[in-house]
Ligand binder design. Sequence first.
Ligand code: COI
Length: 356
Amino acid sequence: MDRSLEIVISEEKKSIPEPDKLGFGKYYTDHMFILDYTTEKGWHEPRIVPYQPITLDPAAKVFHYGQTVFEGLKAYRTQENRILLFRPDMNMKRLNRSNDRLSIPPLDGEFLIEALKKLVSIDKEWVPAAEGTSLYIRPFVIATEPTLGVNPSNHYKFMIIMSPVGSYYEEGIHPVKIYVEDHYVRAVPGGTGAAKTAGNYAAGLKAQEGATDKGYSQVLWLDGVERKYIEEVGSMNVFFKINGEVITPALNGSILDGITRDSVLQLLRHWGVPVSERRISIEELQQAYENGTLEEAFGTGTAAVISPVGELFWQGQKMVINNGETGELSKKLYDSLTSIQNGTQPDPFGWTIPVE
Ligand code: COI
């Protein structure tokens, strides 16, 4: 592909919000990255340009058939003012797996990481320093061909936009309350559940709305066939500590292969904590709750980091976990992961990539 990166620097600089005002995904940096695709030229014209709206034909396939994928990763500012990206190679691999599932042509992950480093470097003042903040990076692909036949697009745009963020949940690092969804489902075997594609999230909004109305932050999805086995939470993978063992649903093709999930599994194994990736049913969880062996629950995600779960609501029953407080292991995982990410602890796994 065409690897010559054109750079147009913005003449105007936006004001950077105060760290306590950030929230999640509300402000965008001064620049963005764009790459186009046509079947004739392949991926071409990579460029970094001032952040701006884009113009699309109303017939662009993405609007009608949802042919689109996205990623989420973060850059952190260290105490020595270095900027670190966390496992961007994993995002590029997953992006290509999602592309494949959505019939989108593959991207050159290595080139994109180089382009991303350049983009982050140009907007480096936007990487916040305060504890619990970071620069959230959103790469995504949209199908832009203006034709209404249901077939893969011949034209795409890949873009990267970036947003300084604080915590994803209003609760911050305090435990969230989760509603176990028993009516709607998110994914089925053979569907798109393992891909990071917009339709999975759109299909979850109705249940999310119901959970919010009942005072819960997110829904916990059960499998789409038996509505029995735990899959994932709206924007994160989920882990349970039962009787000293940490259990997370196995990657079964309908849940997302989370990068924070993988990092947590590696940390736990490194510490010698018993871990198992397997099917776990909501009944098993409820029994563990009843007999007092459900010790902790937490979610993992790039946006959510490690998010302790203080309460689960399932079919009329409230399960209050660890008295609704952050568990010891959840806290240790949060502290260890964030200290690797922001460079305050050594990175024995080689997860962080410096941006010059
Ligand atoms: C992420 O954690 O990066 C995600 O993609 C979750 C998002 C839907 C907020």
